[in-house]
Design a protein around this ligand. Structure first.
Ligand code: 5GP
Length: 123
């Protein structure tokens, strides 16, 4: 199955262009982070690269060292600033069909603020 190319009409591309608003909590040259519109826990933050990457594998293979460094460091800073480091949290990056990815622009969910359920439902 061919991997779809980046779709510049996805909702996070629109947020990056400023076409639609977001509740921003962090921004630097390479990264934007904002609160999820439908939080699934007391802390539910989305961290996205500014570059046009569909998924973590796309980003890992094609982003520059500077972008990868900035993204990785931003996740650490944002988790600390959100106050979830001590209690713990979950990083999730849903990918394509099997991963149930809804928005085809790489994003990492930082979810925490309470004890979470099982990582995956048991079938
Ligand atoms: P995915 O299922 O692709 O891993 O996650 C997409 C996430 O984006 C969902 O948690 C959803 O609530 C969030 N989301 C979708 N549209 C918007 C939006 O317009 N603004 C914000 N802040 N979050 C959104």
């Amino acid at each position: 199955m061919a991997v779809k190319p980046y779709d510049s009409e996805n909702i996070f591309a629109k947020i990056l262009r400023g076409d639609i608003p977001c509740n921003k909590i962090f921004e630097d040259d390479h990264v934007l982070a904002f609160h999820d519109i439908a939080p699934q826990a007391p802390t539910h933050i989305l961290v996205i690269p500014k570059g046009a990457y569909t998924s973590y594998d796309d980003f890992a293979m094609n982003a520059s060292d500077a972008e990868i460094l900035a993204f990785t460091r931003a996740i650490g800073k944002i988790a600390a600033a959100a106050g979830v480091v001590q209690g713990g949290y979950r990083l999730i990056s849903n990918t394509r069909e099997h991963g149930r990815q809804d928005v085809p622009h790489l994003h990492v969910h930082i979810i925490g603020g309470k004890k979470l359920g099982l990582m995956l439902p048991r079938d």
